[in-house]
Design a protein around this ligand. Sequence first.
Ligand code: ADP
Ligand code: 5GP
Length: 193
Amino acid sequence: MKPGKSIKVLIISAPSGAGKSTLVNHLLDAGLPLLFSISATSRKPRGTEADGVEYYFITAGEFRRRISQGQFVEWQEVYRDHYYGTLRSEIDRISNEGKIPLFDVDVQGGINLKKIFGNDALSLFIMPPSVAELRSRLLRRKTDTLEQIEMRVEKAASEILLADRFDRVIVNDDLDRACSEIMSVVNAFIGER
Ligand code: ADP
Ligand code: 5GP
């Protein structure tokens, strides 16, 4: 990341289960000049996830070494022993291709990135219709244990209180409606300046 170089960035955060991945994939499939910013993480791959696609999978020790070398723009221990972070090299990779990085990060990471990029960033908070619906979606998704789901739901209640720190809140109630709203907001941002 070169200091002083101004690039647009798109930040999307949400409590887990709100539908962030669904909406992010909708944007990425729409042919906009966006590239998904691949974060590094110390959690293990899930299902079909592959290194260098969804994440750069590294050990917690390697993660901490990279923190000490200043390789991250931001990082968080999102869940205990599970580090996630945005690499400076990833932003360079995307901006060198003339594209806008799309950061899919947790709520605190989204707030931190907005502070760093200021008006060059559009930060979006994906809001679930309710915490009860969030729990139902996580149960239906069947990717997490009951214990993990409860941990995510508990965290969601405090994350929702931070929604007003984002430029815009998109309520993911009806999926088609939320997809149209996010498309129009992102298109307006890309078209600015
Ligand atoms: P996140 O990335 O925020 O954790 P996902 O995109 O994986 O959330 O969505 C969680 C689950 O809810 C998925 O199974 C997804 O298909 C479903 N889902 C997403 N949006 C909606 C919606 N508007 N209505 C009902 N189910 C939804
Ligand atoms: P998951 O384990 O479900 O892939 O991700 C858990 C959470 O970590 C999600 O909210 C996801 O957006 C967030 N996350 C992924 N990459 C990063 C990152 O680089 N920084 C931060 N702060 N959060 C991230």
